[in-house]
Ligand binder design. Structure first.
Ligand code: FEO
Length: 396
Protein backbone atom coordinates (compact mmCIF):
# COMPACT_ATOMS: atom_id res chain seq x y z
CA UNK A 1 0.00 0.00 0.00
CA UNK A 2 1.48 3.34 -1.06
CA UNK A 3 -1.14 5.71 0.33
CA UNK A 4 -0.40 6.70 3.92
CA UNK A 5 -2.77 7.61 6.75
CA UNK A 6 -1.33 10.88 8.05
CA UNK A 7 -4.08 11.49 10.64
CA UNK A 8 -7.21 9.48 11.45
CA UNK A 9 -9.21 9.24 8.20
CA UNK A 10 -6.88 11.60 6.33
CA UNK A 11 -4.57 10.04 3.74
CA UNK A 12 -1.64 11.13 1.57
CA UNK A 13 -2.45 9.97 -1.97
CA UNK A 14 0.11 11.92 -4.03
CA UNK A 15 2.96 11.07 -6.37
CA UNK A 16 6.71 10.97 -5.68
CA UNK A 17 8.65 12.33 -8.66
CA UNK A 18 12.14 10.97 -8.07
CA UNK A 19 13.47 12.00 -11.48
CA UNK A 20 12.45 15.63 -12.05
CA UNK A 21 15.53 17.86 -12.14
CA UNK A 22 14.07 21.00 -13.72
CA UNK A 23 10.92 22.58 -12.32
CA UNK A 24 10.28 25.59 -14.58
CA UNK A 25 13.93 26.52 -14.25
CA UNK A 26 14.32 25.58 -10.57
CA UNK A 27 16.97 22.88 -10.34
CA UNK A 28 15.38 20.11 -8.28
CA UNK A 29 18.43 18.04 -7.43
CA UNK A 30 16.48 15.88 -4.98
CA UNK A 31 13.29 15.47 -7.06
CA UNK A 32 9.94 16.40 -5.59
CA UNK A 33 6.51 15.14 -4.62
CA UNK A 34 3.08 16.34 -5.73
CA UNK A 35 0.98 15.88 -2.62
CA UNK A 36 -2.74 15.20 -2.79
CA UNK A 37 -4.81 14.27 0.26
CA UNK A 38 -8.00 12.33 0.83
CA UNK A 39 -10.26 13.37 3.72
CA UNK A 40 -12.79 10.68 4.60
CA UNK A 41 -15.81 11.63 6.67
CA UNK A 42 -19.33 10.48 5.94
CA UNK A 43 -18.62 12.41 2.77
CA UNK A 44 -15.25 12.33 1.03
CA UNK A 45 -13.04 15.14 -0.22
CA UNK A 46 -9.91 15.07 -2.35
CA UNK A 47 -7.52 17.98 -1.72
CA UNK A 48 -5.73 18.81 -5.01
CA UNK A 49 -4.47 16.43 -7.65
CA UNK A 50 -0.97 15.76 -9.06
CA UNK A 51 1.01 16.73 -12.13
CA UNK A 52 0.13 15.06 -15.43
CA UNK A 53 0.54 12.32 -16.49
CA UNK A 54 0.44 10.79 -13.00
CA UNK A 55 -3.32 10.85 -12.47
CA UNK A 56 -3.47 7.06 -12.65
CA UNK A 57 -1.06 6.83 -9.70
CA UNK A 58 -3.14 9.29 -7.69
CA UNK A 59 -6.30 7.30 -8.41
CA UNK A 60 -4.62 4.01 -7.54
CA UNK A 61 -3.65 5.51 -4.18
CA UNK A 62 -7.22 6.72 -3.63
CA UNK A 63 -8.52 3.27 -4.57
CA UNK A 64 -6.44 1.72 -1.78
CA UNK A 65 -8.76 3.52 0.63
CA UNK A 66 -12.12 4.06 -1.09
CA UNK A 67 -13.77 3.61 -4.45
CA UNK A 68 -12.81 6.87 -6.30
CA UNK A 69 -16.42 7.10 -7.54
CA UNK A 70 -17.38 7.93 -3.92
CA UNK A 71 -15.48 11.24 -3.90
CA UNK A 72 -18.00 14.00 -3.12
CA UNK A 73 -15.75 17.06 -3.29
CA UNK A 74 -12.57 17.97 -5.09
CA UNK A 75 -10.85 21.02 -3.59
CA UNK A 76 -8.41 22.96 -5.76
CA UNK A 77 -6.17 24.90 -3.39
CA UNK A 78 -3.95 26.04 -6.26
CA UNK A 79 -4.38 26.34 -10.03
CA UNK A 80 -0.74 25.68 -11.02
CA UNK A 81 -0.72 22.54 -13.18
CA UNK A 82 1.51 20.52 -10.86
CA UNK A 83 -1.57 20.43 -8.60
CA UNK A 84 -4.46 20.76 -11.04
CA UNK A 85 -3.03 18.90 -14.03
CA UNK A 86 -4.95 15.66 -13.48
CA UNK A 87 -8.34 17.06 -12.52
CA UNK A 88 -9.79 15.55 -15.67
CA UNK A 89 -8.66 12.05 -14.61
CA UNK A 90 -10.36 12.62 -11.27
CA UNK A 91 -13.57 13.86 -12.86
CA UNK A 92 -13.71 10.76 -15.04
CA UNK A 93 -13.29 8.53 -11.98
CA UNK A 94 -15.58 10.55 -9.69
CA UNK A 95 -18.48 11.71 -11.89
CA UNK A 96 -20.60 12.91 -8.95
CA UNK A 97 -17.94 15.08 -7.36
CA UNK A 98 -18.39 18.83 -6.91
CA UNK A 99 -15.36 20.96 -7.70
CA UNK A 100 -14.55 23.78 -5.27
CA UNK A 101 -11.97 26.55 -5.42
CA UNK A 102 -11.38 30.20 -4.49
CA UNK A 103 -12.87 33.06 -6.50
CA UNK A 104 -9.55 33.66 -8.31
CA UNK A 105 -9.15 29.92 -8.63
CA UNK A 106 -12.31 29.76 -10.74
CA UNK A 107 -10.87 32.41 -13.07
CA UNK A 108 -7.53 30.63 -13.38
CA UNK A 109 -8.92 27.13 -13.71
CA UNK A 110 -11.37 28.24 -16.39
CA UNK A 111 -8.46 29.72 -18.33
CA UNK A 112 -6.56 26.46 -18.08
CA UNK A 113 -9.42 24.00 -18.54
CA UNK A 114 -12.04 26.22 -20.21
CA UNK A 115 -15.57 24.97 -19.63
CA UNK A 116 -14.59 21.47 -18.55
CA UNK A 117 -15.67 21.92 -14.92
CA UNK A 118 -18.51 23.55 -13.02
CA UNK A 119 -16.38 25.34 -10.42
CA UNK A 120 -18.10 26.42 -7.22
CA UNK A 121 -16.46 29.21 -5.29
CA UNK A 122 -15.68 29.09 -1.58
CA UNK A 123 -14.72 32.18 0.38
CA UNK A 124 -12.86 32.92 3.62
CA UNK A 125 -14.86 31.51 6.52
CA UNK A 126 -16.85 29.06 4.38
CA UNK A 127 -16.81 25.48 5.57
CA UNK A 128 -18.04 22.07 4.51
CA UNK A 129 -19.24 19.51 7.00
CA UNK A 130 -18.07 16.12 5.75
CA UNK A 131 -19.70 14.34 8.70
CA UNK A 132 -17.09 13.86 11.42
CA UNK A 133 -14.57 16.14 9.74
CA UNK A 134 -14.89 19.74 8.55
CA UNK A 135 -13.09 21.65 5.82
CA UNK A 136 -12.58 25.37 6.42
CA UNK A 137 -11.22 27.64 3.70
CA UNK A 138 -8.79 30.54 3.83
CA UNK A 139 -7.88 32.12 0.47
CA UNK A 140 -4.20 33.22 0.50
CA UNK A 141 -3.96 35.22 -2.73
CA UNK A 142 -0.46 35.43 -4.28
CA UNK A 143 0.94 32.66 -2.09
CA UNK A 144 1.88 31.48 -4.65
CA UNK A 145 -0.66 32.52 -7.33
CA UNK A 146 -3.79 34.72 -7.11
CA UNK A 147 -5.94 31.60 -6.71
CA UNK A 148 -4.06 30.08 -3.77
CA UNK A 149 -6.00 28.89 -0.75
CA UNK A 150 -5.42 27.05 2.53
CA UNK A 151 -7.85 24.37 3.71
CA UNK A 152 -8.03 23.56 7.42
CA UNK A 153 -9.47 20.56 9.27
CA UNK A 154 -10.20 21.78 12.83
CA UNK A 155 -10.96 18.32 14.25
CA UNK A 156 -7.41 17.27 13.38
CA UNK A 157 -5.74 20.71 13.81
CA UNK A 158 -4.39 20.05 10.34
CA UNK A 159 -3.65 22.63 7.64
CA UNK A 160 -3.35 21.91 3.91
CA UNK A 161 -0.94 24.75 3.15
CA UNK A 162 -0.46 24.22 -0.58
CA UNK A 163 2.91 25.67 -1.73
CA UNK A 164 3.67 27.30 1.64
CA UNK A 165 6.15 25.29 3.76
CA UNK A 166 6.82 22.97 0.80
CA UNK A 167 10.11 21.51 -0.34
CA UNK A 168 11.22 19.84 -3.54
CA UNK A 169 12.31 16.62 -1.88
CA UNK A 170 11.48 13.17 -3.22
CA UNK A 171 11.27 10.63 -0.43
CA UNK A 172 9.19 7.62 0.53
CA UNK A 173 8.90 9.18 3.99
CA UNK A 174 6.02 11.54 4.69
CA UNK A 175 6.87 13.23 8.00
CA UNK A 176 9.46 15.77 9.14
CA UNK A 177 10.64 13.40 11.87
CA UNK A 178 11.57 10.73 9.33
CA UNK A 179 14.03 12.58 7.07
CA UNK A 180 17.49 14.06 7.56
CA UNK A 181 16.80 17.35 9.31
CA UNK A 182 19.58 19.37 7.64
CA UNK A 183 18.40 18.27 4.22
CA UNK A 184 14.82 19.15 5.08
CA UNK A 185 15.72 22.66 6.25
CA UNK A 186 18.00 23.26 3.26
CA UNK A 187 15.30 22.19 0.79
CA UNK A 188 12.69 24.29 2.62
CA UNK A 189 15.00 27.28 2.30
CA UNK A 190 15.76 26.59 -1.37
CA UNK A 191 12.03 26.34 -2.06
CA UNK A 192 11.29 29.57 -0.21
CA UNK A 193 14.09 31.45 -1.99
CA UNK A 194 13.13 30.34 -5.48
CA UNK A 195 9.33 30.30 -5.24
CA UNK A 196 8.30 32.56 -2.39
CA UNK A 197 11.06 35.12 -1.73
CA UNK A 198 9.25 37.92 -3.58
CA UNK A 199 6.09 37.38 -1.50
CA UNK A 200 7.46 38.42 1.91
CA UNK A 201 4.59 40.75 2.79
CA UNK A 202 2.02 38.12 1.76
CA UNK A 203 3.83 35.55 3.90
CA UNK A 204 3.78 37.88 6.91
CA UNK A 205 0.05 38.50 6.44
CA UNK A 206 -0.67 34.79 6.03
CA UNK A 207 1.40 33.81 9.08
CA UNK A 208 -0.65 36.30 11.09
CA UNK A 209 -3.89 34.68 9.88
CA UNK A 210 -2.49 31.20 10.53
CA UNK A 211 -1.59 32.23 14.08
CA UNK A 212 -5.35 32.35 14.76
CA UNK A 213 -5.59 28.64 13.95
CA UNK A 214 -4.61 25.80 16.23
CA UNK A 215 -2.21 23.90 13.97
CA UNK A 216 -0.48 20.65 14.87
CA UNK A 217 0.11 19.35 11.35
CA UNK A 218 1.04 21.28 8.20
CA UNK A 219 0.52 19.42 4.94
CA UNK A 220 2.16 21.25 2.02
CA UNK A 221 1.74 20.37 -1.63
CA UNK A 222 5.40 19.39 -2.04
CA UNK A 223 7.67 17.32 0.16
CA UNK A 224 7.17 16.19 3.72
CA UNK A 225 4.48 16.96 6.28
CA UNK A 226 5.42 19.13 9.26
CA UNK A 227 4.51 17.86 12.73
CA UNK A 228 7.20 18.04 15.41
CA UNK A 229 9.19 20.73 13.57
CA UNK A 230 6.24 22.89 12.50
CA UNK A 231 7.20 25.75 14.84
CA UNK A 232 10.71 25.78 13.40
CA UNK A 233 9.25 25.98 9.88
CA UNK A 234 7.04 28.90 10.86
CA UNK A 235 9.93 30.71 12.59
CA UNK A 236 12.11 30.28 9.51
CA UNK A 237 9.31 31.69 7.32
CA UNK A 238 9.09 34.70 9.66
CA UNK A 239 12.85 35.34 9.35
CA UNK A 240 12.89 34.87 5.59
CA UNK A 241 9.80 37.01 5.02
CA UNK A 242 11.57 39.92 6.73
CA UNK A 243 14.94 39.12 5.06
CA UNK A 244 16.68 38.75 8.42
CA UNK A 245 20.36 38.87 7.38
CA UNK A 246 23.16 36.57 8.38
CA UNK A 247 26.73 37.93 8.64
CA UNK A 248 27.45 36.78 5.11
CA UNK A 249 28.59 38.56 1.95
CA UNK A 250 28.35 37.07 -1.53
CA UNK A 251 30.71 37.87 -4.37
CA UNK A 252 29.08 36.68 -7.60
CA UNK A 253 30.75 37.25 -10.96
CA UNK A 254 31.62 35.97 -14.39
CA UNK A 255 34.96 36.42 -16.13
CA UNK A 256 36.42 36.34 -19.63
CA UNK A 257 40.19 36.75 -19.17
CA UNK A 258 40.41 36.67 -15.35
CA UNK A 259 40.28 40.46 -14.83
CA UNK A 260 36.87 40.49 -13.11
CA UNK A 261 37.90 37.32 -11.29
CA UNK A 262 41.01 39.04 -9.87
CA UNK A 263 38.73 41.83 -8.67
CA UNK A 264 36.40 39.25 -7.05
CA UNK A 265 39.34 37.56 -5.33
CA UNK A 266 40.56 40.93 -4.02
CA UNK A 267 37.14 41.66 -2.54
CA UNK A 268 37.01 38.22 -0.90
CA UNK A 269 40.44 38.73 0.70
CA UNK A 270 39.56 42.20 1.96
CA UNK A 271 36.16 41.16 3.35
CA UNK A 272 37.76 38.16 5.04
CA UNK A 273 40.17 40.54 6.80
CA UNK A 274 37.07 42.38 8.06
CA UNK A 275 35.98 39.20 9.84
CA UNK A 276 32.97 38.44 7.65
CA UNK A 277 31.90 35.16 6.10
CA UNK A 278 32.35 35.59 2.36
CA UNK A 279 31.25 33.22 -0.39
CA UNK A 280 32.53 33.55 -3.95
CA UNK A 281 30.53 32.14 -6.85
CA UNK A 282 31.47 32.22 -10.50
CA UNK A 283 28.42 32.30 -12.73
CA UNK A 284 28.07 29.64 -15.38
CA UNK A 285 29.43 26.90 -13.11
CA UNK A 286 26.98 27.52 -10.24
CA UNK A 287 23.25 27.11 -10.79
CA UNK A 288 20.88 29.98 -10.18
CA UNK A 289 18.67 27.93 -7.84
CA UNK A 290 21.52 27.59 -5.34
CA UNK A 291 22.71 31.18 -5.84
CA UNK A 292 19.41 32.87 -5.01
CA UNK A 293 19.10 30.59 -1.98
CA UNK A 294 22.40 32.04 -0.78
CA UNK A 295 21.12 35.54 -1.51
CA UNK A 296 18.02 35.04 0.68
CA UNK A 297 19.85 35.59 3.99
CA UNK A 298 23.02 37.36 2.79
CA UNK A 299 23.67 40.86 4.12
CA UNK A 300 25.43 42.02 0.94
CA UNK A 301 25.76 41.00 -2.67
CA UNK A 302 28.68 42.23 -4.80
CA UNK A 303 28.30 41.43 -8.48
CA UNK A 304 31.11 41.46 -11.02
CA UNK A 305 30.64 41.62 -14.77
CA UNK A 306 33.03 41.82 -17.69
CA UNK A 307 31.85 43.76 -20.74
CA UNK A 308 30.99 41.75 -23.83
CA UNK A 309 29.94 43.71 -26.94
CA UNK A 310 29.10 46.76 -24.80
CA UNK A 311 26.88 44.62 -22.61
CA UNK A 312 26.83 42.36 -19.60
CA UNK A 313 28.12 38.84 -19.99
CA UNK A 314 24.94 36.79 -20.54
CA UNK A 315 25.39 34.71 -17.36
CA UNK A 316 25.40 37.89 -15.26
CA UNK A 317 22.32 39.19 -17.06
CA UNK A 318 20.50 35.90 -16.44
CA UNK A 319 21.35 35.96 -12.73
CA UNK A 320 20.27 39.57 -12.29
CA UNK A 321 17.05 39.05 -14.25
CA UNK A 322 16.12 36.07 -12.07
CA UNK A 323 17.05 38.03 -8.95
CA UNK A 324 14.96 41.03 -9.99
CA UNK A 325 11.82 38.87 -10.13
CA UNK A 326 12.52 37.53 -6.64
CA UNK A 327 12.79 41.07 -5.19
CA UNK A 328 15.37 40.63 -2.40
CA UNK A 329 15.25 43.40 0.20
CA UNK A 330 17.49 44.99 2.86
CA UNK A 331 20.81 44.03 1.27
CA UNK A 332 23.86 46.07 0.41
CA UNK A 333 24.73 45.84 -3.30
CA UNK A 334 27.78 46.79 -5.31
CA UNK A 335 28.82 46.45 -8.95
CA UNK A 336 32.33 45.92 -10.24
CA UNK A 337 33.93 44.60 -13.39
CA UNK A 338 36.12 45.18 -16.39
CA UNK A 339 36.01 46.38 -19.97
CA UNK A 340 38.30 46.91 -22.95
CA UNK A 341 37.36 50.14 -24.71
CA UNK A 342 33.78 51.33 -24.39
CA UNK A 343 32.58 49.88 -21.06
CA UNK A 344 28.95 49.18 -20.27
CA UNK A 345 28.71 46.15 -18.01
CA UNK A 346 29.36 47.77 -14.63
CA UNK A 347 26.77 50.58 -14.84
CA UNK A 348 24.30 48.07 -16.26
CA UNK A 349 24.99 45.75 -13.32
CA UNK A 350 24.50 48.57 -10.82
CA UNK A 351 21.22 49.55 -12.50
CA UNK A 352 19.93 45.97 -12.42
CA UNK A 353 20.91 45.55 -8.77
CA UNK A 354 18.93 48.71 -7.98
CA UNK A 355 15.95 47.42 -9.96
CA UNK A 356 16.19 44.16 -8.01
CA UNK A 357 15.73 46.16 -4.80
CA UNK A 358 19.23 46.22 -3.30
CA UNK A 359 20.72 49.24 -1.52
CA UNK A 360 23.44 49.82 -4.11
CA UNK A 361 26.63 51.71 -3.30
CA UNK A 362 27.56 54.70 -5.42
CA UNK A 363 31.04 53.30 -5.96
CA UNK A 364 31.00 51.24 -9.14
CA UNK A 365 34.50 49.93 -9.71
CA UNK A 366 35.39 49.32 -13.33
CA UNK A 367 38.85 48.73 -14.76
CA UNK A 368 40.27 48.70 -18.29
CA UNK A 369 41.64 45.27 -19.13
CA UNK A 370 43.64 44.23 -15.99
CA UNK A 371 43.00 45.81 -12.57
CA UNK A 372 46.01 47.99 -11.63
CA UNK A 373 47.28 48.86 -8.15
CA UNK A 374 44.89 51.80 -7.86
CA UNK A 375 41.89 49.63 -8.78
CA UNK A 376 42.89 46.99 -6.24
CA UNK A 377 43.21 49.70 -3.58
CA UNK A 378 39.75 51.03 -4.43
CA UNK A 379 38.35 47.51 -4.18
CA UNK A 380 39.88 47.06 -0.71
CA UNK A 381 38.44 50.38 0.41
CA UNK A 382 35.04 49.44 -1.01
CA UNK A 383 35.23 46.15 0.89
CA UNK A 384 35.84 48.08 4.13
CA UNK A 385 32.83 50.25 3.36
CA UNK A 386 30.65 47.21 2.64
CA UNK A 387 31.86 45.54 5.85
CA UNK A 388 30.92 48.60 7.90
CA UNK A 389 27.46 48.76 6.34
CA UNK A 390 26.95 45.04 6.97
CA UNK A 391 28.03 45.39 10.59
CA UNK A 392 25.64 48.33 11.01
CA UNK A 393 22.86 46.23 9.50
CA UNK A 394 23.62 43.39 11.88
CA UNK A 395 23.69 45.79 14.82
CA UNK A 396 27.35 45.09 15.69
FE1 FEO B 1 3.54 23.62 -6.60
FE2 FEO B 1 2.76 27.01 -7.19
O1 FEO B 1 2.74 25.12 -7.39
Amino acid sequence: MNSIEIAPNIFWVGYVDWDVRDFHGYRTGRGTTYNAYLVVGEKIALIDTVKAPYGHVLLSHVAERIDPARIDYVISNHTEPDHSGTLEDVRAAAPNARFLCSEKGKVGLEHYYHAAFDWQVVKAGDHIDLGGLTLEFLPTPMLHWPDSMFTYVPERKLLFSMDAFGQHLATNRRFDTEVEHDVLIQETKTYYANIIMHLGSVVQRTLKAAAEMDIETICPSHGIIWTEHRHEAMALYRDWATFKPQPKVLVVYDTMWRSTEIMAETLVEALTREGLTVKKFRLGINDLTMLVTEVLDAAALLVGAPTLNNNLMPNVAAFLTYLKGLRPRHKVGMAFGSYGWSGGAVPQTAALLKEAGLDVLEEEIACVYRPDADTLKRLREAAQHVAQLVKNKLGE
